[in-house]
Design a protein around this ligand. Sequence first.
Ligand code: AMP
Length: 172
Amino acid sequence: MNINRWIRDIADFPKPGIDFKDLTPLMGDAEGFAAAIGQLVDPFRGHGITRICGIEARGFIFGAAAALALGCGLVPLRKPGKLPGARIGVEYALEYGNDRLEMHADALRAGERVLIVDDVLATGGTLAAAVDLVAQGGGEIVGAAVVIELAALKGRSRWSRASPLHSVVVYD
Ligand code: AMP
């Protein structure tokens, strides 16, 4: 099933020049959302994933559903100041601004098999930060899955790993 029909472009959000990929119509449609989650996780079935690391905030929505689909746990990678326990963190640059991702220091056990999940791959800075964070936390990165890849922004070029970076929909 083609999930494109549930993806909406919003021009100039959150600032001029950004063509924002709005996934709320996709989340809001039972058939579309189920298809998106199936297509997001299918390449990783049978790979022994023990945790999904979902990136704040839309990565929580897709990551939580993906965790249920794969029968594994969810670890939130959060913006600063949100996690209550002892944390580790990584600074990174966004398509629009700068940010930092944090994870509970004890969230992963050594050798945990991790799939990183986010909604959109743009410049790849967020995903690169998530990779650093998960590696710092002792996780083995089995791959990453995003709903949308914005190929023109070349985020994939920052993925230097042998493990797969899977995107459901690619926009040129
Ligand atoms: P980047 O670090 O540049 O790959 O940006 C990826 C992060 O920013 C993802 O967590 C997305 O939620 C968000 N993002 C970046 N660009 C867009 C866009 N055009 N539409 C929707 N979300 C975006």
